[in-house]
Every structure is written in C-alpha cells, then in structure tokens.
Design a protein around this ligand. Structure first.
Ligand SMILES: [Zn+2]
Ligand SMILES: [Zn+2]
Length: 736
C-alpha cells in the first residue's frame, strides 16, 4: 500500500524533508516529497541545487514546515536505488563536522564517493562451442576451437587474447553456427574470504595474543579498544587476522585502515594466503567503474573485508563489525586539506558510535595511544618477540664528530665498511635518508646566490633525474641553469647537502659493482609501479636500496640485514613538539626492516648527538625509557594527550592583510582561564604558493570542549572575505 495516498490532499499537508547535500555547507535544505515517494532519513536522493542536480542524503523529516515557504520549495527528484546511510554513519558525520569545525556537507561528501557511473553495468558477453567445426579451418580458428573444446562459456575478450586472434575470427565462427554468444554471469565485486582457508601456525606468544583477539570480537558486540603492541616482525598482521576471521564467521564486515595504500602489495598477498582471496581495496586510483562497484558492495555488506586509506573510514558499511588501524602512529592518517581530521581518532569515534571493537596496531604507538593503554582505557595486547624467536637488530650510533665522511660525502667510513661486508655476504643494505631529490639547496660559488622558490618561503631542491630545481611546497620547478642568474658566472652552481639521488651517486662510486635503487615518492608514477619495484627488491635483484620514509612502511625484504640511517638528527631540529616522537617512531620502523628473516639485522645511526634521549633509547633498544621521558615532558608542558591543541592558520595574498586579520581575530578570543591563545606568529613556512601565513595556537586543559570554544570565538571574530582564508586544525599534527 502507498501510504501517501491516504494522507489529505491539501498542499500544506505534504511532506517535507531536510536533505544534506555534499557541498561545503553545514545546513540541510528542505525539499518537498512528491506524492508516491517513500522517504526516510538516510535515503540517498537526487535534488535540484541551483541550476544543478546533485546527490544528497535525507537527514531528517521536517514535521512542521512553514506553509508559507511551501510553494517555494523544490521537489526531491528521485530516490536512488542504493542502501540508505545508516544512523550510525549519519551520527558520525555530525560528530566529525562538529569536532573538526568542518561543514557537515564536506564531511558527508567523503561517504558518497561512489563514482559517477551508477548506471547498469555493461554486460560482458561470452562464447561457447555449440555446433560442428567450420568447413574452412585456419590456424587461428584451430587455436580458438582448441581452447573452447571444453564446452564452457568463455569471456569473448579473454579467449580472443588467449588464442591470439582478432574478435573478427570469433564473429566469423558465430555466423557459421559453430559458436554461440551468451551473456556472462555477473562477477561478484567481492568474493567472500574463507576464515578457515589456511590458519596460521603460531608461536606460544602469538597464540595467546590471537586468542585475546578472538575474545575481543566474540564478546557479543559493544565498543572496546585494544592496542596490539608488537615489535616489527612479531607477526602482528597474522594475529589480527584471527579477529578478522572471527568477524567473517559472524557474517559482518571488517575495515582495515593502512597509512599508505601503495605499500600494501605484500599485505594483499598475505591476506590471500590466509583467506583464499584478496580483500576489497579502496583508494584514489580506482577506476570510476570499480569505485562504483566497490562502493555498492560495501554498502550492501557484500564486501566482508575492506582495506583502504583514511578515506575508507567514511564509507557506508552495511554491517561493520570491526575496525583495525594498522601502524596507528603514522602521520599519514592526518588529513590536512578540506576537513582536517585524524583518521585514527575518528576511527575510534566510529567504533564507539557503532558499538564495535577497534584494534590499533603498532610497534611504536603514538604517545596518545600509549597513554590510553597505560591508563587502561585501551586493552594492551602485547606481542613481545619476533616471529621464530629472532632478535631485533643490533643498533649502533656512529658519532659523525669522530668519524666524519670525506668532504662532499655523506657516508661515514665506518658505515661504508659495514655495507661492504654486507654486500660480500650477498646481503642487502638500506641507506635511509628522508630527503627527496639530489640536494636540498643549490648555491652559486661565485656570489653566494641561493635558489629559492619565487612564490614560497623555501629553497629549491635539485632533482637530477628530472634535471630540474623543484619547490617541495608548491611544485614550482625550473631547469637547472648553467649560469648564475644573479652574477652571471658560468658553471658556478654547487649542490649543498644530500638527497637520496646524491646518496645513490656516492653509493655507486663506493661500490661500483653493486646494484642500487632509489625509492622515493617523487619517482613513483603509480601504485602498480611502486608494487613492482618493491617486489624487485624483495626478490633480491638490488644490493643497496636508497630510500626516503617510503621504505620504512610495511614491506618485508627478506635479504635486508643492514640499515644505515644517513642523518638520524634530521627530524629533530624542526621545532615541532612531536619531533622526538616522530624521529623515534620512524627510525625504529626503518631499522626494524633489517634482519626480519634471518634475525641478524644491524642498524647504524649517523648522528652528531649520540647523547640525545632518542638516540640513546634506540641504541639501548629501550622503548620504555623513551616513552617515560616523552610522557613526562608532555605532562609537564600540558601538550597532548595531557592538554589539547588547535591551530588557526590565516593566509592571504599579502602580508599586512594576513597579519591584520590574525591580530583582529586574536583580539576577539573569549577569555577563559582554561585556554591560552598563543600568537599570532608568522608560520614557520611563512609563504606557500604566494600566500602569506600566520598562525594562532590554542592550548587548553584536557577536559575542555575546545571545538565549542573555537566555534563561539569564530562567530565573534572578523569574517574572512576576498583573498583571506582561515583554516581550523583541531589536534594539529603539523606545525609548519
Ligand atoms: Zn652567482
Ligand atoms: Zn614553492
């Protein structure tokens, strides 16, 4: 029965719904519901918005629409044939928008990324051998018929490729009645993983952790947060797979968040070994067609396990039962354009709203997560040793003050000697330097001129592979000139400092017979090339890998036994309150790449400050000491997680406008003894893309509703107009 027919026919009694559209507005708009259309909150609808037709989500019924407005409202155009957004997801969108001060429509947009083509899929056609052989036989026809002799339905394009024939050859045989054309059955977007396909063989430590994992998801639902705390190589992945297996048995969905989807090639293989099929992937390089299929499979609950980058958190899972955040400490979880959010923290929010368990996995947890585990808010599930009882790499500091590299070189003789031994033993070595390009600075020997970006406050980085000087902040680039633009001297330019490309040059001159490879994000053209280069290394076709932080994440190189950190001090000097934590995590992770198979890993830290607490903790393999000192500092200075931070970044095309606005805004900050407003100060990167930037840092006690404070402040403050831009970053990770 159609209920709407029974309602009174007067126009004022017609229904009105509030529809949230995925554009940068907070407000839902009212639309009339045409007679005969059944709508409820969560339904995905098409609505007119100005001259356009857009997708939107029914956010609420509007029970008392103003009758005077009624005739001015537009109608909902259509209801889409997709599952409605569940209440838990709508609540999460509201929550994230409120917390991060982002327009609700902007957050909603992340849930509706289903691609453009929701229309019916192109039907794939297949061919089958049905009649007698043709009168005229050719080699091409023979090859084709041989493959089809099984009498099964084969995809037309696949069989043409396999036989090496053109589609015309197939069409000819269809005309003669030898073959028939039939529609292929639709392939499922996501085959169901088999929880019992190939159970892992666990060590006693792992078995215990795996049991706790199963208990976590068996507990009959409810929100629970756990920290799976295991050193690199301890088999964290296989252990959390046990929780995944349990959730598959329950018929529910698991989301596995990864910091960097390009690096998950090996992970997908490990998953397939354990469960028989690959999980569904969600990332930015999906084709529109695959994106639409995957989105639909996720919304329908058919995709049981989804692996994705941070944006996968906002998808409309039909029945989410578990979230895993792998490498939870990774900085890549923080999104810094559009809605500024931290995917790990928002994943905890989603799990809590959906009342499901969440597992955060890391060898070097963020200080926030470590404190939550220490206070018992998160259950700690420890994995104390490496798989198979192997040892963590032995770490040594190389004091660059005592054993400096030769002039213009960056590898200390001590490290070079060790690399030489590794290569003799046919083992791999990794040189780690978190700097892309050839050299971070180019200057003129004759006049001292330094090459800087024309629109940012940054030096241009020499990229020899591309033969250009490049700005890492805006992408501006220029060819490396032969003449100094300042004094006109010829061939006077010198490269200052090392980047990975320059290190490769040095490694090649030190070890002329070694095969070297640079792994750096700017040299990677696609997820596929990235995965194939990583495979080449894993197969041992490279002797010395030279890499940026890309190599620190997620990949297993069985022959890698030596890691040399070329500049261990690099991340410590940037004035960032998280510098020590980041450096500790990054170096721990990168050195942990060594010796994972044979257990004879060694790590070398080239440093000017071996007495720094981070270096000492790394060398002593004393994680506890690091956390103890770092937690103590945060507690004393009221930095997160003992206090809260937000930053406001004001930018404009000229300096006085940006500074004037920042001062006016600071002047309007409501006075509250629990809050401190610092600044405005010129941002450390004072100019990016020609925009002058000022920064206000807001610090409060932990138990304070900082988002609400910011909202009332911004309502009082001056309004941005013209070229002025104000970005709000609650819980900032970057301080540049
Ligand atoms: Zn010059
Ligand atoms: Zn620039």
């Amino acid at each position: 029965m159609d209920d709407s027919r029974t309602s009174p026919a007067s126009p004022s009694a017609m229904r009105v719904v509030d529809v949230q559209v995925p554009v940068a507005v907070d407000q839902a708009y009212s639309y009339r519901v045409p007679r005969g259309l059944e709508l409820k909150p969560g339904d995905v609808v098409g609505v007119p918005l100005g001259p356009r037709e857009v997708l939107g989500v029914v956010w609420a019924e509007n029970p008392n629409p103003d009758p005077r407005l009624h005739n001015r409202l537009k109608d909902v155009s259509e209801k889409l044939d997709v599952p409605p957004l569940r209440e838990e997801l709508r609540r999460m969108v509201d929550w994230v928008a409120t917390y991060t001060l982002s327009p609700r429509g902007q957050v909603l947009r992340m849930t509706l990324r289903m691609g453009e083509h929701l229309g019916p899929e192109r039907q794939r056609m297949g061919v089958r051998l049905v009649g007698s052989p043709p009168q005229r036989m050719t080699p091409a026809r023979r090859r084709l018929l041989e493959i089809l002799s099984d009498g099964l339905l084969h995809s037309k394009s696949d069989v043409a490729k396999e036989a090496g024939v053109s589609p015309g050859v197939i069409d000819g045989l269809v005309d003669e009645g030898t073959l028939s054309v039939e529609a292929m059955p639709r392939e499922p977007a996501a085959p169901i993983p088999d929880p019992d396909f190939s159970p892992a063989d666990f060590s006693p430590d792992q078995a215990k952790a795996a049991e706790t994992m199963r208990e976590l998801v068996q507990a009959g639902g409810g929100f629970r947060a756990a920290l799976l705390d295991g050193v690199t190589g301890s088999g964290k992945t296989e252990v959390y797979f046990e929780a995944v297996a349990e959730v598959i048995r329950q018929g529910r969905q698991t989301l596995i968040l990864m910091p960097e989807i390009a690096l998950t090639g090996q992970f997908l293989d490990r998953f397939a070994l354990r469960f028989g099929v690959r999980p569904l992937e969600w990332h930015s390089e999906l084709t529109p067609r695959t994106r639409a299929r995957n989105w639909a499979a996720i919304a329908a609950g058919e995709a049981r396990v989804v692996v994705g980058a941070r944006s996968a958190l906002f998808l409309p899972y039909g029945d989410l039962g578990l979230i895993i955040v792998d490498e939870e400490h990774d900085q890549a979880y923080k999104q810094e354009d559009g809605a500024h959010y931290h995917a790990r923290d928002m994943a905890v929010v989603r799990a809590s709203i959906a009342k499901i368990p969440i597992v955060l996995a890391s060898a070097t947890p963020s200080v926030e997560t470590e404190v939550n585990a220490r206070k018992g808010r998160y259950q700690r599930i420890p994995l104390p040793s490496r798989f198979g009882g192997q040892h963590m790499p032995q770490i040594e500091a190389i004091d660059l003050r005592r054993a400096p590299p030769a002039r213009g070189r960056f590898i200390s003789p001590v490290l070079a000697e060790q690399i030489g031994h590794a290569i003799e033993k046919r083992e791999q070595a990794l040189l780690f330097l978190n700097r892309r390009g050839y050299a971070p600075l180019t200057l003129c020997r004759a006049c001292g001129h330094r090459f800087a970006c024309t629109i940012c406050d940054a030096w241009l980085v020499d990229h020899r592979f591309r033969q250009r000087l490049v700005c890492h902040h805006c992408g501006f680039s220029m060819p490396r000139p032969h003449q100094c633009p300042h004094c006109g001297a010829e061939e006077s330019l010198v490269a200052i400092g090392p980047g990975v490309e320059r290190l490769q040059e040095e490694a090649a001159s030190l070890f002329p017979n070694a095969r070297t490879m640079v792994l750096s994000s700017d040299l990677i053209t696609s997820i596929e090339t990235m995965r194939s280069e990583l495979n080449e290394i894993a197969e041992g076709r490279v002797d010395i890998i030279i890499g940026t932080q890309l190599v620190a994440k997620g990949h297993n190189f069985p022959r890698l036994n030596l890691v040399g950190v070329v500049d261990a001090d690099l991340g410590l000097s940037n004035g960032d309150p998280r510098a020590a934590e980041r450096t500790f995590q990054l170096l721990n992770q990168v050195i942990g790449r060594a010796g994972r198979e044979q257990g004879r890993g060694v790590g070398f830290l080239q440093t000017h400050q071996p007495e720094h607490p981070v270096m000492k903790a790394l060398v002593a393999c004393d994680r506890e000491a690091f956390y103890a000192s770092e937690i103590d500092i945060r507690e004393r200075t009221l930095y997160p997680p003992f206090g809260r931070l937000a930053s406001l970044i004001i930018s404009a095309g000229d300096r006085p406008t940006a500074e004037g606005f920042a001062r006016k805004l600071a002047g309007c900050a409501p006075v509250d003894e629990r809050v401190q407003v610092l600044g405005p100060a010129e941002a450390p990167l004072a100019v990016i893309k020609g925009r002058y930037r000022f920064r206000l840092l807001v610090k409060s006690v932990r138990s304070f509703d900082l988002s609400n404070y910011l909202r009332s402040w911004l309502a009082l403050g001056p309004k941005t107009k013209g070229n002025l831009k104000l970005e709000v970053d609650v819980d900032p990770q970057s301080f540049l």
